[in-house]
Design a protein around this ligand. Structure first.
Ligand code: IYR
Length: 233
C-alpha cells in the first residue's frame, strides 16, 4: 500500500526509480576506493588553527552533505549551528574552558587523564576563538513540531547523528579544511547559549578552518585493516 500508512494519517513516501548513481567498472571502483582512502588517510585531528576566514558557502555545502546521512526512519534527528561570530565564539570558549578546567583537575578520573596524556590536551581551548568556524552538532531526542509543539519519536539517534558527523568531517576535509571534534564535558551550556529547544542536546563541536602554518599533531597511528576487519569470503 503506497501513499497511506495504515497506522497513522501520515502519508508514506511514494516510490521513484533510483536516481542515477556514478557507477563504474571494477578496476575504476578499486582505484576510486583506494584514492578516497588515501585522501581520508590525510585527515588529522588538528588543534592549531589559522584565523583565516572560510566562505560560509563551504560550510553550507558541508552541512548539506551531513544532512544526506542515513537516519532511523529518515527522521534526520540532527541540527547544526554554524558560528563565525567572534562574540559567540568567545562565550563558547569561556564556558568550555570552565568545564574543561574541572575535567582536567580531576573530574575525569585518573584512567581517562592518563589515556589523554599522549594527545597533549589540556583545559586551554584557544582554537574555539581562533578557528573561523565552530559547528555545534545537536541531536534531537524527539521531534518537536515548531508550530504545534507536538512531539514524535526519533530512532537510532546516536547512530544517525554519528553518521552525519562523519560525512560532515569528510566533506570539510575534502574542501581542504582541518577539523577537530571537540567535546567539552559537559556541554549542556551550548543549548541555552545558542537558544536551541528542549528536545535537543549538544553532542560535539566540530571546529573547522585552515591549520596554523606551524600546526603540530601527535605521532599516532591507525589500526591496520587486519585489526579492524575480518573477511568471511
Ligand atoms: N573534552 C576534553 C577531553 C578530551 C577527551 C577525549 I575522549 C579526547 O579524545 C580528547 C580530549 C578536551 O577536549 O580536552
Amino acid at each position: 500500500m503506497h501513499g497511506e500508512n495504515a497506522l497513522s494519517s501520515t502519508p508514506s513516501a511514494e516510490f521513484i526509480p533510483l536516481p542515477k548513481m556514478d557507477t563504474c567498472d571494477d578496476e575504476t571502483m578499486v582505484t576510486q576506493a583506494r584514492e578516497f582512502f588515501q585522501h581520508m588517510q590525510k585527515r588529522r585531528t588538528v588543534r592549531d588553527f589559522s584565523s583565516q576566514a572560510i566562505p560560509q558557502e563551504v560550510i553550507e555545502y558541508a552541512l548539506r552533505t551531513a544532512g544526506s546521512a542515513p537516519s532511523g526512519a529518515n527522521k534526520q534527528p540532527w541540527f547544526f549551528v554554524a558560528i563565525s561570530d567572534p562574540t559567540i565564539k568567545a562565550q563558547i570558549r569561556s564556558a568550555a574552558e570552565k568545564e574543561e578546567k574541572a575535567f582536567y583537575a580531576g573530574k575525569a578520573g585518573k584512567e581517562w587523564l592518563l589515556d589523554l596524556e599522549h594527545l597533549g590536551t589540556d583545559e586551554h581551548k584557544p582554537f574555539l576563538e581562533t578557528a573561523p568556524w565552530l559547528i555545534v552538532v545537536f541531536q534531537q531526542n524527539y521531534a518537536l513540531d515548531p508550530d504545534t509543539g507536538e512531539r514524535s519519536k526519533n530512532y537510532y539517534i546516536h547512530e544517525s547523528v554519528g553518521l552525519a558527523c562523519g560525512l560532515l568531517i569528510a566533506s570539510l576535509h575534502t574542501a581542504g579544511l582541518a577539523t577537530l571534534t571537540h567535546t567539552p564535558s559537559p556541554m549542556n551550556f551550548l543549548r541555552d547559549l545558542l537558544g536551541r529547544p528542549k528536545n535537543e542536546r549538544a553532542v560535539m563541536i566540530i571546529v573547522a578552518g585552515h591549520p596554523d602554518d606551524h600546526a603540530m599533531v601527535p605521532d599516532i597511528t591507525r589500526k591496520a585493516l587486519a585489526e579492524i576487519a575480518d573477511f568471511k569470503s
